[in-house]
Design a protein around this ligand. Structure first.
Ligand SMILES: NC(=O)c1ccc[n+]([C@@H]2O[C@H](COP(=O)([O-])OP(=O)(O)OC[C@H]3O[C@@H](n4cnc5c(N)ncnc54)[C@H](O)[C@@H]3O)[C@@H](O)[C@H]2O)c1
Length: 252
């Protein structure tokens, strides 16, 4: 049995994970952290991680970047591994994750779905073949409640493309502010927000007279919740270090 602390337990993702955990005999949520302490499930909720005196095997975090600092202090203090799925983290916060991972195992992925991680793999292969003659653009679409833009996943795809390129390209988010032709060495990243779209990511390789499109559509938040529970099972008991979906996929 893996005991989990759920950070952001009263959010949309928190509720999906709580439901799935109730149906999984191998995991148990022992406490929740959230600014909103209204109780819906059968575990206690704490506003401040430091208030929780108990223990756990792993933390799953789907909350807000503002919660990260307190959560990482708690994880370090109690030596509890953490699966961090919150997006919109700053470069300093990602550096902070790496620092903490020297003492406590940290799993970080901007997208916990298996399909997106396969898409990144396919996109890297396409980039190697097409980089000389195709322009690369990413379009992501999400529901109208999403705060950060572009999505952490769109940035993770762009980072994957840059890893595959012989020299990194620049990210361009806003073509409105500059009147000039597209530079070859750029990746355009565009965000659409509306309705209840769970998450669409499309990578366009536009060449002369032909277009290759690789895309992924999430139709339910369960794929991220299931992925994070898999990540929690994978991370519990691991050595300190930085882990991601590639480490998890390699272990399957
Ligand atoms: N990595 C992935 O696969 C993946 C998938 C879906 C969502 N996400 C990310 O997870 C996060 C949460 O998503 P959501 O849709 O559940 O959002 P949400 O807004 O529904 O839930 C966030 C929860 O965090 C709580 N919260 C906010 N600030 C806090 C703070 N400072 N301290 C403690 N709790 C705080 C809120 O009260 C809320 O209950 C977002 O960053 C989202 O982009 C990641």
């Amino acid at each position: 049995m893996i005991n989990i602390i759920l950070s952001g337990c009263n959010g949309k993702m928190g509720h999906v994970i709580s439901r799935l955990a109730e149906a999984d005999e191998n995991v148990k949520i022992v406490a929740g952290f959230d600014l909103n302490t209204v109780q819906t499930f059968d575990y206690e909720i704490f506003k401040n991680p430091a208030e929780y005196a108990g223990t756990a095997d792993v933390i799953i975090d789907f909350s807000h970047p503002a919660a990260l600092d307190g959560l990482l202090h708690f994880a370090l203090d109690r030596k509890i591994p953490a699966v961090v799925a919150t997006t919109g983290l700053s470069a300093e916060q990602i550096e902070q994750l790496h620092e903490v991972s020297r003492q406590v195992p940290i799993f970080f992925s901007a997208n916990m779905s298996l399909g997106i991680n396969l898409l990144i793999d396919l996109v890297k292969r396409a980039t190697k073949l097409l980089e000389d003659s195709f322009d690369i653009e990413i379009i992501e679409k999400h529901h109208n409640q999403k705060i950060d833009a572009p999505s952490g996943t769109a940035l993770a795809i762009a980072d994957g493309i840059n890893e595959a390129l012989s020299q990194p390209y620049q990210y361009v988010y806003d073509r409105h502010s500059v009147r000039k032709k597209r530079d070859k060495k750029e990746i355009g990243i565009h965000a659409v927000r509306g309705g209840t779209i769970v998450g669409d990511h499309e990578v366009i390789f536009a060449g002369t007279d032909e277009i290759v499109t690789i895309s992924h559509t999430a139709t339910s938040k369960e794929i991220f919740a299931q992925g994070s529970i898999k990540a929690a099972k994978f991370l519990a008991g691991k050595e300190p270090g930085m882990y991601d979906m590639n480490s998890l996929l390699a272990s399957l």
